[in-house]
Design a protein around this ligand. Structure first.
Ligand code: FAD
Ligand code: SIN
Length: 546
């Protein structure tokens, strides 16, 4: 049954529109308040302020002391496998200590050891202990502290349950037509079912990752790559999307989705074992680093073990550690597993690799500037070259906090420069069709796409599989585009449209990269090419090649 409805919402104007409420968006907003106390700021969040990748971060934030920075840089470059931007690495990592101090000033209480010094954790690929943490709930502690500060700022308006649909652009007289200026966004108010026109002098994409493109993910449901999709459609270059990082150890359980078992457990000595025989296997894949090899190596090893054995998972084993230590160091993990029937100090824990971090994103400098005027990208959505082909654990909370604050300073000039509209900006088209049967049918695409992406464009890829996947993605894209232009806009529809575009960009990037490097592994090109090629996609260039 079809109904015609109006989705026209209200019109708003702010100095800054921040799309996303993870560490990067919140740090941007707080720093802009410092720089421009009178600026009006809107923060959008798809769910509540407490629902983001940041909120679920467990291990902690990597921050080297002055005499350890060069080693942290070397570890990051080594994980990045030849594709890091060395300037971005140096700039962002040098601010580790300052970031930790900043977060403490906002009210984050990092753990201390028995000597009352700040306690430092260890994770894969790090030569030294340099991870500051709050138990195994570092992200929750950071979000709670930053949100408390946000609530003290009268010039910040928070819109929860609001989802940006698309960016509003115009061609400014001084800008080439292919790189427009971004002057706002259309935003779905999910509860009212209407779409607002939000104008702004600066728009900040802080929308996090896109884990929901794969079947298994550590990410919460908001992670659908919206920022990258919106920026790409608006004409910004995106890069590095073939480097989706898989975390080796998602808890494998029929009823508990997306629960990560932190790498910090392997940092404290946990082993990986085959289910039937109980034998350790990492010596066959990384004889020196073993369970603390970089994530791409460990995730691939687990994937191969699962494939060869026909098991659905492998085991993580930390039974050799003291129960009291485990309860103190990993309280959230201990409790969650116990509620699911597993005692970390006595039981083997079933785990699978899962999509975890979007290594690519909107191409930007370390201050968040993108190709498009007045548009900034920060945190996981941005692609600065910090992570190269594979992110070093715990570098992304650092990236989010540093970039968010850098971008706030860099955007002041645009905040001070009034918007001149060179064309009339229409409100959202007032009528659309609501068809409940069709709405439930499109949801079938979710499951299909995520399964296909995991099989064809997941941890191990081939040319034939990627080509099949491209055909499947493009067929789904055509169906959803038709639906998008005709029917009422819902959050499901926005997310599905975006996730299909992200899938297309991942597959195209993976097809183009005929080598194995970092998180991208091609069974038909197992060697690393002698030339470290960058991968960049732009909307008009891609459609010209079709
Ligand atoms: P996010 O924190 O993901 O925030 C994105 C925000 O954007 C959300 O508020 C979302 O609602 C909003 N949003 C998205 N689309 C829209 C839209 N269309 N409209 C409106 N709002 C939108 N990194 C580390 O460094 N250390 C760790 O220990 C660590 N552990 C992790 C554990 C887990 C389980 C996960 C999933 C990730 C972990 N990471 C860790 C990675 C790290 O948490 C993220 O990379 C980082 O927090 C991203 O921050 P962000 O601000 O860029 O985005
Ligand atoms: C973890 O705690 O294992 C996640 C750390 C990260 O992704 O940086």
């Amino acid at each position: 049954m079809e109904y015609t409805i109006s989705q026209r919402g209200q019109r708003y104007a702010f100095d800054a529109l921040v799309i996303g409420s993870g560490i990067a968006g919140l740090c941007y907003a707080l720093e802009l308040v410092e720089q421009r106390p009178l600026a009006s700021i809107a923060i959008l969040s798809k769910e509540s302020l407490y629902d983001s990748n940041t909120f679920y971060a467990q291990g902690g934030i990597a921050a080297a002391t002055a005499d350890d920075v060069s080693s942290h840089i070397a570890d990051t470059l080594s994980a990045g496998d030849g594709l890091c931007n060395e300037d971005a690495v140096a700039t962002l990592l040098q601010e580790g200590q300052e970031s930790v101090a900043y977060l403490m000033k906002q009210g984050v209480h990092f753990d201390h050891d028995e000597t009352d010094a700040l306690a430092l954790g260890q994770e894969g690929g790090h030569s030294n202990r340099r991870i500051y943490h709050v138990g195994d709930q570092t992200g929750t502690a950071i979000v709670q502290a930053l949100v408390a500060r946000i609530k003290e700022c009268p010039r910040i308006t928070v819109f929860e349950k609001h989802t940006a649909v698309n960016l509003i652009t115009q061609i400014a007289p001084h800008q080439p037509a292919c790189f427009p200026e971004v002057i706002g966004a259309y935003v779905l108010d999910e509860l009212a079912g209407i779409i607002h026109t939000v104008m702004a002098r600066v728009v900040v994409l802080a929308t996090g990752g896109a884990g929901k493109v794969y079947r298994y993910t550590t990410n919460p449901s908001v992670a659908t790559g919206d920022g990258v999709a919106m920026a790409y459609r608006a004409g910004a270059r995106v890069g590095g999307l073939e480097f989706y990082q898989f975390h080796p150890t998602l808890f494998y359980h029929p009823k508990i989705n997306n629960f990560l078992i932190s790498e910090a457990l392997r940092g404290e000595g946990a082993y990986l074992r085959r289910p039937k025989t109980g034998e350790r296997f990492m010596q066959r894949y990384a004889p020196e680093a073993m369970e603390l090899a970089t994530r791409d190596v460990v995730a691939r090893a687990i994937f191969s073990e699962i494939e060869q054995s026909n098991d659905d998972y492998v085991y993580l084993d930390i039974r050799h550690k003291d129960k009291a230590f485990l309860q103190r160091r990993f309280p959230k993990i201990y409790e969650t597993l116990l509620n699911a029937g597993f005692d970390l100090s006595q039981d083997l824990i079933p785990v699978v690799p899962a999509a975890h971090y979007m290594g690519g994103g909107v191409i930007s400098d370390v201050e968040g500037r993108t190709d498009l005027g007045r548009l900034f990208a920060v945190g996981e959505t941005a692609f600065t070259g910090l992570h190269g082909a594979n992110r070093l654990a715990s570098n992304s909370l650092l990236e989010g906090s540093v970039m968010g604050r850098h971008a706030a300073r860099a955007s002041c000039h645009a905040i001070d420069t009034p918007l001149h509209l060179h064309q009339a900006i229409e409100d959202w088209d007032s009528t659309s069709v609501l068809d409940l049967r069709r709405a439930s049918q499109i949801n079938v695409h979710w499951r299909g796409l995520r399964g296909e992406m995991s099989s064809y464009a997941g941890i191990i890829r081939t040319d034939a599989g990627l080509r099949d996947q491209l055909k499947l993605v493009l067929a789904r894209r055509d169906m959803i585009e038709e639906y998008y232009w005709k029917y009422a806009i819902t959050r499901d529809l926005i997310e599905l449209r975006n996730i299909i575009l992200i899938a297309e960009l991942i597959v195209r990037s993976a097809l183009n990269r005929r080598e194995s490097r970092g998180g991208h592994y091609r069974e038909d090109y197992t060697e690393k090419s002698s030339h470290a090629m960058e991968s960049v996609l732009k909307v008009n260039d891609v459609s010209r090649t079709e």
